[in-house]
Design a protein around this ligand. Structure first.
Ligand SMILES: CC(C)(COP(=O)(O)OP(=O)(O)OC[C@H]1O[C@@H](n2cnc3c(N)ncnc32)[C@H](O)[C@@H]1OP(=O)(O)O)[C@@H](O)C(=O)NCCC(=O)NCCS
Length: 170
């Protein structure tokens, strides 16, 4: 069964849809980031986790600067990703899918949306940073043709970071 909530929504499979985030979603997105980054207590420095766990007010501020796309199951926000346009590029930021809903293709659908968004804005490329142990996310980026373009040691509060990019223009 496909679910369509409003005109800018796209059905992506039987159980969820992706759509532009609304200000009214800030509450659920903030709670989702809290849950997801709390999972990384042992792997990520506290400062990094906290920098990715905005309060509702902070989330509203982020939404003024970046475009957010959510995956929703009914009224529940189960996934989110940000797109930050700068210097003719699009940075993919803060992708997260709620743990109970992983492995359903939601992350893949969100990355596809970011690619469509970046193309619509004529971005030359999409880039992102991630940690080497984020294997599920990296497998999605590679599937879409992203390549590893950099490595920074102890870049985020002592954590090594990898950069990936997908070139969109000739
Ligand atoms: C990364 C994340 C968003 C993926 O969401 P998802 O909805 O489960 O993604 P999908 O279902 O579309 O795809 C998951 C992929 O991971 C792959 N995968 C699962 N476990 C894996 C592992 N240990 N190593 C490599 N790939 C793995 C699956 O095979 C699947 O790829 P496939 O569809 O080609 O088979 C989700 O795991 C998450 O929120 N993780 C925590 C936060 C995070 O890592 N964010 C990204 C920061 S850069």
């Amino acid at each position: 069964m496909q679910i369509m909530r409003d005109n800018d929504s796209k059905p992506t499979n039987a159980a969820f849809l992706t759509r532009r985030a609304k200000v009214a979603d800030a509450n659920q997105i903030s709670a989702l980031y809290k849950r997801v980054w709390d999972e990384y207590e042992k792997l990520m420095p506290r400062e990094l986790r906290e920098s990715r766990q905005p309060s509702v007010d902070e989330m509203r501020e982020w939404m003024k600067r970046e475009t957010y796309i959510v995956a929703a199951m009914g009224s529940e926000v189960v996934g989110v990703v940000g797109c930050r346009l700068m210097h003719g590029t699009c940075q993919l930021t803060h992708m997260a899918v709620d743990k109970p809903h992983r492995g359903l293709g939601i992350g893949t659908a969100l990355v596809k949306e970011v690619i469509e968004f970046a193309r619509s804005k004529k971005s030359h490329k999409i880039w992102l940073d991630t940690a080497p142990f984020m294997e599920e996310a990296i497998s999605i980026y590679m599937k879409f043709g992203f390549r590893k373009s950099g490595y920074m040691s102890k870049h985020f509060w002592g954590l090594d970071i990898e950069f990936y990019e997908l070139i969109l223009t000739p």
